[in-house]
Design a binder for this molecule. Structure first.
Ligand SMILES: [Mg+2]
Length: 388
C-alpha cells in the first residue's frame, strides 16, 4: 500500500458570544482535518493542531513531499523520518501539530487495514471512558448564578465532573497575561474566582469531580496561595497553574499543594513531557493528541507517565475528530483519567461526524466501534465550516 495524496480541510466557526479563559479570548474555533489517501482506496482521517494555519502550510508542502509513495503502515518509521528531517526548525510547536494530524491519519489507516477499532488495536483497557464537562468559561456579563446553573445542567445530564476556568485576574506582574489579546475583558478579582468555585461545588454536590484551569496565568507563589484558598472545595486537579516553561515553579506548586497539578497542554512531545514528569512539575500529564505527536508520541508519553506512577488526562478541546481519537487513546490506557468533553457551543465538535459521539446516562463515552477511528465525516458539515 502506498500514500498517494494528503488532503487538508481548514475549518472555522464563530463563538457567539465569545468566551475566555485566563489564557485567551475565543471569538472563533478553528480546526484542521487531515486525510491521507492511499492507492488501495483506504483513507485515513486525522486532526492537526491549527497553529494559526501554519500546520496546514507545513503539511501541504514539506511533509507531503516526504510521505508520497511511502507505505502508510510504516508509522513509526514515517514519524521518526519527519521528526529527524525537520529537526533544525521543528521538534515542537507547529511541526508537532502537523505531525500529530499525519500520525492520527496513519493510525486510522492501520486500524482500517486490521479491521479493528484503534483502542482494541492498541490493546484495550476499557470499553467506555468517563467524561467530564469542560466549560465554566468567562463570558462578559455572565455572573456566578449563570455559572452555577451551567454546572447544575451538567450534573442533570449525567456528568460526574466538570472543569471550569480560573485565573482571569488582573496581572500579578509576574505573569505576562496582560499581553494577551482582549486581556482586560471579563477579568475578575481573585476573590470572585473563589466565590465562582464555591458556587460550582455547591451546584455539583460533594461527590462530583471539580477541576480548575488557570491556563498558565499565575506566578508560583500566587498559585500556591490560590491552591490553599481553594482547598475547601476539594479539587480533583489544578490545571496549568503557571507558565509552561516554568518547570521549577510548577514543581514548587506541586510540592506545596496536596491537590494534584495537571498540565501542560501547551507543552508538546515526549521530551517536553519527560522534563515535566521527572522534574516533578505535574502529577497528571495532559498531552493533546493533535498537538503532541498523535497516538505514537502520546502513547510514549503515557508510558513515561506510568513509569513515574502518574496519570494521563489528554487535553481534547477541538473538533469531533480529536474527540474520537482521544477516546480511543484513553480507552487503551491503564493510567487514564476521565476525558475532557468540551461543552461549549461548537459545531466543529457536534456536527462533523455522521454519527456524533454522545454521553450515556452514566456520564461515559464509548469509542466508535468501527475500524480505525471508526468515524465517517459529514461532508456537508465540512463544507459549512470550511475556510480553505
Ligand atoms: Mg487547559
Amino acid at each position: 500500500m502506498k500514500i498517494v495524496d494528503i488532503r487538508t480541510t481548514a475549518l472555522r466557526s464563530p463563538c457567539n458570544p465569545p468566551y475566555a479563559s485566563a489564557g485567551g479570548f475565543l471569538s472563533s474555533r478553528a480546526g484542521l482535518i487531515v486525510e491521507i489517501l492511499t492507492d488501495e482506496g483506504v483513507t485515513g482521517i486525522g486532526e492537526a493542531g491549527f497553529a494559526g494555519g501554519a500546520s496546514e502550510t507545513l503539511i501541504n508542502g514539506e511533509l507531503k513531499a516526504m510521505l508520497q509513495g511511502e507505505d502508510p503502515l510504516l508509522i513509526e518509521r514515517l514519524w521518526q523520518k519527519i521528526f529527524a528531517r525537520t529537526r533544525p526548525w521543528g521538534r515542537r510547536g507547529v511541526l508537532m501539530c502537523a505531525l500529530s494530524g499525519i500520525d492520527m491519519a496513519l493510525w486510522d489507516i492501520a486500524g482500517k487495514v486490521a479491521k479493528l477499532p484503534l483502542y482494541r488495536l492498541f490493546g484495550a483497557f476499557r470499553e467506555r471512558v468517563e467524561a467530564y464537562a469542560s466549560g465554566g468559561f468567562y463570558v462578559e456579563g455572565k455572573g456566578i448564578e449563570a455559572l452555577a446553573a451551567e454546572a447544575e445542567g451538567y450534573r442533570a445530564r449525567g456528568f460526574r465532573g466538570m472543569k471550569m476556568k480560573v485565573g482571569r485576574n488582573p496581572s500579578t506582574g509576574t505573569s505576562l497575561r496582560h499581553l494577551l489579546a482582549e486581556a482586560e475583558k471579563c477579568e475578575v478579582d481573585p476573590e470572585e474566582d473563589i466565590a465562582r468555585v464555591a458556587a460550582v461545588r455547591r451546584a455539583l454536590g460533594p461527590k462530583a469531580k471539580l477541576m480548575v484551569d488557570a491556563n498558565c496565568a499565575w506566578s508560583p507563589s500566587f498559585a500556591i496561595e490560590r491552591g490553599r484558598a481553594l482547598a475547601p472545595y476539594d479539587l480533583f486537579w489544578i490545571e496549568e497553574p503557571v507558565a509552561t516553561d516554568d518547570r521549577a515553579g510548577s514543581a514548587a506548586v506541586a510540592s506545596q499543594l496536596s491537590t494534584p497539578i495537571a498540565g501542560y497542554e501547551t507543552e508538546n512531545g515526549l521530551f517536553g513531557f519527560r522534563d515535566l514528569i521527572f522534574g516533578g512539575a505535574i502529577d497528571i500529564a495532559q498531552p493533546d493528541l493533535a498537538w503532541s505527536g498523535g497516538f505514537s508520541e502520546c502513547r510514549r508519553i503515557a508510558a513515561l507517565a506510568a513509569a513515574a506512577q502518574k496519570m494521563v488526562a489528554p487535553h481534547a478541546f477541538s473538533t469531533a475528530v480529536l474527540l474520537a481519537a482521544s477516546l480511543h487513546f484513553l480507552a487503551s490506557l491503564a493510567n487514564g483519567l476521565p476525558l475532557e468533553f468540551d461543552q461549549t457551543e461548537n459545531p466543529l465538535r457536534s456536527e462533523l461526524l455522521k454519527e456524533p459521539i454522545t454521553l450515556d446516562k452514566d456520564g461515559f463515552l464509548a469509542p466508535p466501534a468501527g475500524p480505525g477511528l471508526g468515524i465517517e465525516l459529514d461532508r456537508a458539515a465540512l463544507e459549512r465550516y470550511r475556510i480553505r
